[in-house]
Design a protein. Structure first.
Length: 133
């Protein structure tokens, strides 16, 4: 089972996303505040982190910057912001993908599966490169 950490302050949206992803076989840990998110993510790393951009405590960009060097999984931003500067900043800080709210659950699921395929492909390629040496 893949693990996802969802950092989303909208409790209703977080509950809906958690339920939807749980129904599709994911274990979803939800955080509603950004303050402890980096420590929580790095102490028990999930396969994917889904970050809201605007959070109480610490915003998503700050969390991304704080975890990226140590976190090998994927980071997906879930945001209401359509500002291209937010997207550019997120990608430059290490985000792997963005989804604009309001979300379509099937699109979110497809993006998560795509990120997991990329992650697994990278693991296989790394293992093959090590064996070839």
């Amino acid at each position: 089972m893949y693990k996802i950490t969802l950092v989303e302050d909208d409790k209703k949206l977080a509950e809906l996303v958690q339920q939807y992803l749980s129904n599709h076989g994911f274990v979803v840990n939800v955080l509603h505040d950004g303050s402890d998110a980096p420590e929580t993510i790095l102490s028990n790393p999930p396969d994917i982190v889904i970050l809201d951009l605007m959070l109480p405590g610490k915003d998503g960009l700050t969390i991304c910057r704080e975890i990226r060097a140590q976190f090998t999984g994927s980071i997906l931003f879930l945001t209401a912001s359509e500002d291209d500067m937010d997207h550019v900043a997120g990608v430059e800080l290490g985000a792997d993908d963005f989804i604009i709210k309001p979300i379509q659950p099937r699109v979110l699921l497809a993006r998560i599966r795509m990120l997991l395929r990329r992650y697994e492909d990278n693991l296989v390629n790394t293992a093959n490169a090590v064996q070839a040496e």
